[in-house]
Design a protein around this ligand. Structure first.
Ligand code: APR
Ligand code: PHB
Length: 395
């Protein structure tokens, strides 16, 4: 079997790339080691930047997103018992974010892929990439007990942080930058109507907490815990107790309580691989970089990577030019590092670090007081939160 672009991984990066290529008339094969249901049901983040929403609509996969997505023109920063509103739209010339679960995006993209009739294989085993330095790289994998092989013009490594593509690159050809954080997030989905129309990021003496949502009936909540925290240590009652302690404000606002339908602990990591390319293998999304979720940038970075990659591949096939492909890594990494900077800033502004003193906490409160009182500081938060522009023109 031969295809133009072999795509490994059917997360947001792989599926978006497959659809962008399909719209440009470029053939691809997507291989995914998990099942279709697993991929659709995996609960992940849910904030889409304006640019990501625009991209999905332009690609013709924004119909349900426009119907069911919740457009937010602002957010709250809460500390010392008070919520402070940040008007994203006012501060950015009308930009906003949209809350729409990543798993919903994935579902829409799988449906769109099915409608094109192009190959998407779930539950494949033993995926290996070969000959990335040659003009005919190859993917081998097992499907229904048989060994299969796909030769490609290019391979896109969209297989997330734990995938096989990045580790297939020889050590001398790639460099990793990494930072582990001294906490994780305990997250729940609850059947409770959101008690705020916008997200609330809280810095409490007991630690960070975040109020978010998925729909008019489902609330999504998180709080900071030690990185190795075992979810089994937390009964639903204890989770609600801690949520209420951290989130309740002096004006009486608090989240509505309801049955917990999903819960888990996610570690926090910052990671960048440079360059995002080896020969004819291109890394995109979480396989190349991870940001802590505080800035809500993960999915949006994956979307920009594949936008650049699809445009580079289109330029190669239509004009026989490698101009954008040659610059792929540099174009993406410039934005990735700015998102790392912002995610790190949001994280350290809002979390409590082990070993901090009373002095550190008072300084942190002053930082937040400055942030929510200065239009300049709020503008900086807002323009990063809604998404920085990609600094290049793509075909
Ligand atoms: N072979 C095939 N598929 C694989 C392999 C493998 N060896 N290893 C992993 N995969 C699949 C995973 O099962 C997953 O479906 O690759 C996919 C990677 O998807 P994501 O982890 O969602 O990564 P990405 O598509 O880059 O999306 C980035 O996801 O983790 C979130 O917050 C992150 O929003 C960001 C987004
Ligand atoms: C979410 O709704 O899951 C969410 C929202 C904002 C974040 C992270 C996660 O910063």
């Amino acid at each position: 079997m031969h295809t133009q672009v072999g795509i490994i991984g059917a997360g947001p990066a792989g599926l978006l790339l497959g659809h962008l290529l399909s719209l440009k008339g470029i053939d691809s094969v997507i291989v995914e080691n998990r099942s279709r249901d697993y991929v659709i049901e995996r609960v992940r983040a849910g904030v889409l930047e304006q640019g990501t929403v625009d991209l999905l609509i332009q690609m013709g996969v924004g119909e349900r997103l426009q119907r069911e997505g919740l457009r937010h023109q602002g957010l709250y920063i809460s500390f010392a018992g008070q919520r402070h509103h940040i008007d994203l739209a006012d501060l950015t010339g009308g930009k906003a974010i949209t809350v729409y679960g990543q798993n919903e995006v994935v579902k829409d993209l799988i449906d769109a892929r099915a409608a094109t009739g192009r190959a998407l294989h779930f539950e494949v085993g033993h995926v290996v990439v070969h000959d990335m330095e040659s003009n005919r790289p190859k993917i081998t994998f097992e499907r229904d007990g048989r060994e299969e092989q796909v030769t490609c013009d290019f391979i896109a490594g969209c297989d997330g942080f734990h995938g096989i593509c990045r580790p297939s690159i020889p050590e001398h050809a790639i460099k990793f930058y990494e930072r582990e954080h001294p906490f994780g997030w305990l997250g729940i989905l609850a059947e409770a109507a959101p008690s705020s129309e916008e997200l609330v990021y809280t810095c409490h003496q007991r630690g960070f907490a975040l109020f978010s949502m998925r729909s008019p009936k489902i609330t999504r909540l998180y709080f900071q815990v030690p990185p190795e925290e075992d979810i089994d240590n937390w009964s639903d009652g204890a989770i609600w107790d801690e949520m209420l302690k951290r989130m309740s404000t002096r004006d009486g606002w608090k989240p509505n309580i309801g049955p917990v339908v999903q819960k888990g602990v996610t570690p926090m990591r910052s990671f960048v691989a440079e360059p995002m390319r080896y020969g004819r293998l291109f890394l995109a999304g979480d396989s190349a970089h991870i940001v802590p979720p505080t800035g809500a940038k993960g999915l949006n970075l994956a979307a920009t990577d594949v936008m650049v990659l699809a445009s580079g591949l289109a330029e190669y096939y239509t004009r026989n030019s490698t101009r954008v492909l040659d610059d792929y890594s540099e174009i993406c990494l410039r934005r990735v590092w700015k998102a790392q900077r912002f995610s790190w800033w949001m994280t350290q502004t809002l979390h409590r670090f082990p070993g901090e003193t009373e002095f550190d906490y008072r300084r942190q409160l002053a930082d937040l007081d400055y942030l929510t009182g200065s239009r300049a500081a709020m503008t900086s938060l807002a323009e990063n939160y809604v998404g920085l522009p990609l600094d290049v023109a793509l075909a």
